[in-house]
Design a protein around this ligand. Structure first.
Ligand code: FAD
Length: 586
């Protein structure tokens, strides 16, 4: 007989999306680790249910810097992390070439550096060592630059430098990475339930795991799903999640998944101001970067201990100011650029005492909670996006050992959906009469599936029209995503095809996308409007911390005009450092 957290709250088979009654493994969390694990296990023939309480990639994965790099700074005291990340980056690039893009970095060495005149030489030697791992991630060896070469390479850069070094890194579209892992897992039999929260874990009286209770958005009650194994991939939420199994009074208490969550903020500017990403220091000496991303520039990132609500993340004025000051000091071109948003996430860093946040190890750990009296319960904590695949592989190996499954990992050699035989930009331009930028973005998002998306465009009225002036998102791409890419809410399109991510915050594209969404889902006008409001609210949440003065007033006016009577009172709520409408107009 299983003990349950809230037996009264569980009604088997209550309304909601169909979920299997029993599986081999329940995975908590749809970030890179959870979706990577779901794919790995499904390819080995294991029956999986993944529950994600929001959209895929809504946690740290989707708010990360998106670099599948080696992290040169870990080389000093965490060489295994550098090696793992570089090796896995190479595999990820091979299975998802369409999602990956090169990011050439410059690291200028200021004259005023801690090593004095030897600073440049020491950086050169350091990167000689990093170069040993660079081929693993298909990178080019570093180059040492004189001050003249440095400024010629990046004319917008200011400062007094001994010279600099280059390094070659890779970025990835993380939202789509999580999606493609989930879609491939589904294609191999997994059940992926988004907007579905794991509310409790069920155990036998002897402590053994027998399943979990899940609740879909909008449902009042949870349903039980049986499984002999539950894996906690809940990111920064993992420590709280690992406290869930109550067992008997005697078994309760230990939790070996201990974290030290670290909040990280990025600022997003509307346009690029450099061709290279630039590594520099903030005023407290911490390393940050200014990076071109698509048409934009990102400054990232902060790293501060975080004790607040993981489900209510905002960038503060201090964080915005801290990053702005550091970025503008090296690339003053940023001063004339418009800030259009923030990305805020919380790292699931493994607990450590007595260290500054950014010196904490980025190693990962597979915790077998048998040691806490809960056999069959595991947590995958810590680590990097850059090594998500190998982390998932090791986790899957442990699960398979427990289940007696002998199949081995295939995720390093099987391409993700769309990841082989990519069309060329010219082919798509010729066949569908579309613009080069549209073709390039479609290939980057869909790879070899891009022609199918465009065929849908030819088959539907206005299907090849660009919806969003800030991102060449086509009407057919929205329709494709709504049909095939696990879209529950209109706001999910922000990570599927960058809807509403530009400077107009979704004013132009949002309305038209809402109409397509409503048409596909047969929604009434009120629901369509509510979905549009939700999209704008999500976008506004990212932008509100960086808007000030006339820009904020203009934005509020736009919102009011656009929505008639825009009812997002919770966004106006007074919060520290974030004046509501009344405060501004008062
Ligand atoms: C600002 C920042 C920048 C970073 N940059 C990089 C980088 O450039 N390169 C790199 O390699 N790494 C980077 N990282 C680290 C990297 O993002 C993380 O290591 C990785 O994304 C963690 O993935 P995850 O799947 O474990 O966690 P997450 O992505 O956080 O996923 C956990 C998921 O669990 C869900 N969840 C929680 N509780 C429940 C529940 N009860 N029921 C159902 N679902 C639940 C959450 O909604 C969430 O989606 C960065 C992290 C941050 C915060």
């Amino acid at each position: 007989m299983a003990t349950q957290v809230a037996p009264d709250a569980t009604v088997k088979g209550s309304a909601g999306p169909a979920v299997p009654e029993a599986v081999d493994v329940i995975i908590i969390g749809g970030g890179a680790n959870g979706t990577g694990l779901a794919r790995d296990l499904s390819l080995r023939g294991v029956r999986v249910l993944l529950a994600e309480k929001g959209d895929l990639g809504r946690g740290a994965s989707g708010s990360s810097s998106g670099m599948i790099h080696g992290g040169p700074r870990y080389l000093l005291d965490d060489v295994e992390t550098t090696k793992h990340s570089c090796t896995d980056s190479g595999y990820i690039q091979a299975i998802a070439p369409h999602l990956c893009f090169r990011i050439p970095f410059l690291m200028p060495v200021p004259k005023a550096n801690p090593f004095g005149p030897l600073g440049l030489l020491l950086h050169d030697v350091f990167f000689d060592v990093y170069d040993r791992y660079t081929p693993l991630k298909n990178g080019i060896a570093h180059a040492k630059l004189t001050p003249e070469q440095l400024h010629a390479t990046e004319p917008g850069l200011v400062g007094d430098y001994l010279g600099g070094v280059t390094l070659d890194e890779w970025g990835i579209d993380v939202g789509r990475l999580c999606l493609l892992n989930a879609l491939d897992a589904e294609a191999h039999g997994a059940h992926i339930a988004t907007y579905t929260t794991v509310t409790a874990i069920d155990r036998e009286l002897d402590g053994r795991i027998v399943g979990a209770q899940i609740r879909h958005e909008g449902q009042a009650q949870s349903v039980s799903v049986r499984a002999p194994v539950v894996v906690n991939c809940a990111g920064a939420w993992a420590e709280a999640m690992a406290k869930l199994p109550p067992g008997t009074a005697a078994q309760q208490s230990r939790n070996s998944a201990q974290l030290r969550p670290g909040k990280g903020v990025h600022l997003i500017y509307e346009k690029r101001v450099s061709n290279f990403a630039v590594i520099t220091s903030a005023k407290d000496g911490r390393q940050i970067f200014v990076m071109p991303y698509l048409n934009e520039t990102w400054i990232g990132t902060t790293d501060d201990d975080y004790y607040g609500d993981l489900d209510d993340l905002w960038a503060t004025e201090d964080e915005v100011q801290y990053l702005r000051e550091a970025g503008e000091a090296v690339l003053p071109g940023l001063k004339t650029q418009r800030l259009i948003g923030t990305r805020v996430g919380v790292r699931n860093t493994i607990y450590g005492w007595g260290q500054l946040e950014d010196t904490l190890s980025r190693r990962y750990e597979i915790v077998d909670h048998a040691q806490d009296g809960a056999p069959g319960f595991y947590s995958l904590v810590g680590g990097k996006l850059a090594s998500y695949r190998v982390q998932a592989q090791e986790m899957a190996d442990a699960v398979c050992r427990r289940l007696g499954v002998t199949a081995t990992c295939e995720t390093q050699k099987r391409p993700l959906p769309g990841g082989s035989n990519l069309p060329t930009v010219e082919e798509l331009m010729r066949a569908y009469k579309i613009d080069a930028l549209v073709a390039r973005r479609l290939i980057a998002r869909h790879g070899s599936i891009a022609p199918k998306v465009l065929d849908l465009g030819l088959a539907t009225l206005g299907g090849l029209e660009v919806l969003d002036p800030y991102e060449p998102t086509l009407a057919c791409e929205v329709r494709w995503a709504v049909r095939h890419e696990k879209v529950t809410h209109l706001g999910d399109l922000m990570t599927r095809c960058r809807l509403a991510m530009g400077a107009d915050m979704g004013m132009a594209g949002g309305l038209m996308a809402a109409q397509i969404f409503a048409e596909e889902r047969n929604l009434d006008v009120q629901t369509e409007r509510a979905e549009l409001m939700d999209l704008l609210a999500r976008r506004w949440r990212s932008a509100r911390p960086i808007l000030e003065g006339p820009q904020l007033a203009q934005m509020e006016l736009f919102m009011e005009q656009f929505t008639g009577n825009w009812q997002l009172p919770h966004l106006r709520a007074a919060r520290p450092g974030m004046p509501g409408k009344q405060a501004l107009h008062g």
